[in-house]
Design a protein around this ligand. Structure first.
Ligand SMILES: NC(=O)c1ccc[n+]([C@@H]2O[C@H](COP(=O)([O-])OP(=O)(O)OC[C@H]3O[C@@H](n4cnc5c(N)ncnc54)[C@H](O)[C@@H]3O)[C@@H](O)[C@H]2O)c1
Length: 329
């Protein structure tokens, strides 16, 4: 299949591009490089430095590449920034997706895979979180993605030829097995890379926010899914997608680990001491977030291979120690 991957120069997109290529698909990447890295895109993949809001430009690319399906990773991803700059998030993530969908409609492309997020659930009433749980996002980032989910439902209702899969990711972590690509967000806000930066001495310490949550060790519990497992789900999702389908799947391993458990796993994985201090809770951090991923396992036959956080951290460690400055400038 000819697939256009938006955000393919970013963390998850670049891993998925490789998995799609390995499965025999022909890929083109669209990314404005606001956060992505040109060198994360394989040299044999056509690359377009184009913004999501450039509807005409995207339409031209879709036609030129004879695109049959679009996988949409491109987005701004910082919850904290979204609270300060909501319009930026709605413009980039919601209007950006609308512009892309409009270009697809003009070019007659009707297969779409969307990166949604566990942030669309907000503070869940129950864990594990099922796909049917109430969606009450608590920040503009989560809402910017939730709106796209609703838009997709409406497009599918209006056009029986349109089919989509929206994956709601939990905490994505780890790096490619060969250590050649990995996570390089600037600024980095995700726990595992920050812990590894502390282990490498790239930062003084890691701060743990809150030790009085109603969890066994008092720290927050999250569901860490390996980026390569996540990419595998996208390959299964696009290959099985049929016209008229509107599918929503959680992508998590279905088990949560606490921040302290991640610190312990990182100490074992790296053989280093992880300097940490313990601060107050951060606003808007639910105590527990972990998925029920039974639906994607049953319907797509997906099975995460990396369910031990130590294994996930080993893969991330390989990337960070071999690329201490990430992709560089
Ligand atoms: N990393 C996680 O744990 C996580 C969790 C839930 C959901 N997600 C979603 O997964 C997707 C990928 O996340 P990631 O961690 O790889 O982020 P990332 O920042 O590494 O990648 C996003 C890419 O999109 C590009 N981009 C952003 N806005 C664009 C625009 N207007 N036009 C063109 N390109 C644009 C950036 O340059 C970047 O390369 C995002 O949609 C994110 O919301 C990520």
């Amino acid at each position: 299949m000819n697939i256009l991957v938006t955000g393919g120069a970013g963390y998850i997109g670049s891993h998925t591009v490789r998995k799609l290529q390995a499965a025999g698909h022909r890929i083109a990447v669209l990314d404005n490089l606001s956060y992505g890295h040109r060198s994360a895109v394989p040299a044999d993949v056509p690359f377009y430095q184009t913004d999501l809001l450039d509807t005409d430009g995207i339409e031209t690319i879709l036609r030129q590449e004879k695109t049959e399906a679009v996988m949409h990773f491109a987005a701004l991803i910082s919850v904290g920034e979204s609270v300060k700059k909501p319009l930026l998030y709605y413009r980039n993530n919601t209007a950006g997706a609308m512009s892309l969908l409009e270009a697809m409609q003009r070019a007659g492309i009707k297969r779409f895979v969307f990166s949604s997020t566990a942030a669309t659930y907000g503070e869940p009433e129950e864990t594990p979180i099922f796909e049917t749980a109430p969606q009450q996002p608590i920040n503009p980032y989560g809402r910017s993605k939730w709106y796209v989910e609703q838009i997709l439902r409406d497009i599918a209702a209006a056009d029986s030829g349109f089919g989509f899969v929206a994956f709601r990711y939990f905490n994505v972590a780890g790096a490619a097995e060969d250590g050649s690509i990995g996570e390089d967000h600037q600024p980095e806000t995700h726990l595992i890379p920050l812990v590894l930066f502390a282990a490498m001495g790239k930062r003084d310490k890691i701060t743990v926010f809150g030790t009085d949550y109603p969890t066994p060790d008092g720290t927050c519990i999250r569901d860490y899914v390996h980026v390569d497992d996540l990419a595998d789900a996208h390959v299964l999702g696009i290959e099985s997608l049929r016209a008229g389908e509107a599918k929503f799947y959680n992508l998590g391993i279905g088990r949560g680990y606490s921040v302290r458990e991640i610190l312990d796993a990182a100490a074992r994985a790296t053989g280093r001491v992880i300097p940490a201090d313990y601060g107050l809770r951060r606003e808007g951090d639910p105590a527990r977030l972990f998925a029920d991923s039974g639906k994607v396992q049953r319907e797509l036959g997906w099975k995460p291979k990396h369910t031990d956080p130590e294994e996930v951290i080993v893969s991330a460690w390989k990337w960070h120690t071999s690329h201490p400055d990430g992709y560089g400038k």
